[in-house]
Design a protein around this ligand. Structure first.
Ligand code: NIG
Ligand code: FE
Length: 415
């Protein structure tokens, strides 16, 4: 049994209530045993049975649930810094893609890379994410786009899940774009996805979810419906990249198929918002992608007003969002989307866990859930996201064990 005391504010982020209800406790204590939370409440009310347990002191800091980055394309080879410069000079993301750059360029590099190379690189990314207080990461395939290369990416994620501490949720995104070799017959690629690739992923239990990029330049809603239905048959929850570059009914389709989430939604329609609210689909906001593509972001306030839970994620990938700094994405959700810091935090914890089907395990601090949390060097949530720093996290704990601790600022002590 362990007790963390000296917490200035503890944001439990329990799932019920509205987006801004993060159910904070001032001057709190947190008790856990064997990786599971036993008690959360005001330190003054700590039950006597826990008073002699091993004690840690948060030093008057903020404690939050471990952050959940519910949308990343973590494993890929190569970078695309040249495209970053081209977009600044005025070329659009789609123009670059049409001339063989964009996703197709990362596919060429990723196909050529070994499982070992991809694993080592992604391990480095995860180490830095862990230091930011991130304890769960959703990882998409989608830069292989043939059976072997897609399975290779998903096996990288399986290895990462076994070999490093951050919890991993894998998503099959074979339907990212139509690969060059199927350009003249995109439906043949859809058939390959449905008849070969998805069943293979299901059989090896290599993914929890299936995602489709629904967009004029990628897959139509009709193709996506077939792909997600095949995913469902193979036991994979549905997710969509929807209404990112144009509005094409992606949000409506997410509601129709009962998706866990619809992500991006920069161009969502009013009908799409109503449909997602009625079907309780999580909207995943990706403000780093909007920022890098110089687009207006998802209209988060309108979604929140309609009662849609809004998650916030990084979208880390080498094109539209080459950063995995989730706290930065959260501050951007505040400044670009008028989400309050509390709303952004609920979006990067319990709603993010819901978006990847992990809400029963992680994403909030309450008895019975995993002891996944971060100690943040700020007095409260507002102060944390307002005073943006390279890293305000001083300790990251997963399943009750400290997995990262700041060498510089961690004044926490046992005793
Ligand atoms: O989420 N929209 C599609 N996929 C990624 C971009 C991937 C890339 O550019 O490599 C996204 O923004
Ligand atoms: Fe994405």
């Amino acid at each position: 049994m362990k007790v963390l005391a000296g917490i200035s504010q503890l944001a439990t982020c329990r799932g019920h209530g509205r987006q801004g209800d993060i159910h904070t406790i001032p001057d709190a204590a947190l008790v856990w045993d064997e990786g599971t939370i036993k008690w959360v409440g005001p330190e003054a009310e700590l039950p006597s049975e826990f008073r002699d347990s091993e004690r840690l002191d948060a030093g008057g800091r903020l404690v939050i649930p471990g952050l959940v980055d519910c949308h990343t394309h973590l494993a890929f080879a190569g970078w695309r810094a040249d495209e970053f410069e081209q977009r600044i000079l005025g070329r659009s993301y789609l123009e670059i893609a049409r001339s063989g750059g964009g996703i197709a360029s990362t596919v060429r590099h990723t196909r050529a890379a070994s499982e070992q190379q991809l694993t080592e690189r992604a391990t480095g990314f995860l180490e830095e994410m862990l230091a930011l207080g991130i304890t769960t990461v959703e990882c998409k395939s989608g830069y292989g786009l043939d059976l072997d290369a897609e399975l290779k990416l998903l096996r990288v994620y399986r290895r990462l899940a076994a070999e490093q501490p951050v919890r991993i949720v894998s998503t099959f995104l074979g339907a990212h774009i139509v690969p060059a070799e199927f350009r003249d017959d995109p439906d043949a690629y859809v058939t390959l996805l449905i008849e070969r690739m998805i069943p293979a992923v299901g059989q090896e239990k290599l993914a929890a979810c299936c995602d489709v990029f629904v967009e004029e330049s990628a897959f139509s809603p009709a193709q996506a419906r077939r792909i997600l239905t095949a995913g469902r048959r193979a036991g994979l929850g549905a997710k969509l990249h929807a209404d990112q570059l144009s509005g094409c009914g992606g949000a409506e389709l997410a509601a129709e198929v009962g998706a866990l989430s619809a992500d991006h939604l920069e161009h969502i329609s009013d009908r799409g918002i109503a449909a997602m609210a009625a079907a309780a689909v999580v909207a995943v906001s990706l403000p780093l992608a909007s920022l890098y593509l110089q687009q207006p972001p998802m209209p988060a306030r309108r979604l929140i007003q309609a009662g849609v839970p809004v998650a916030v994620a990084s979208d880390f990938n080498p094109g539209s969002a080459p950063s995995y700094h989730l706290p930065l994405a959260m501050t951007l959700a505040c400044t670009l989307q008028s989400m309050t810091p509390a709303e952004a935090l609920k979006g990067a914890t319990v709603y993010a866990a819901r978006a990847v089907g992990m809400e029963d395990l992680t994403g909030s601090l309450e008895a019975g859930k995993a002891a996944d949390f971060a100690i943040i060097d700020a007095p409260d949530v507002n102060h944390w996201l307002y005073h943006f720093r390279p890293n305000a996290c001083v300790r990251t704990v997963i399943a009750g064990r400290t997995k990262w601790s700041s060498p510089v600022f961690d004044a926490t002590r046992t005793g």
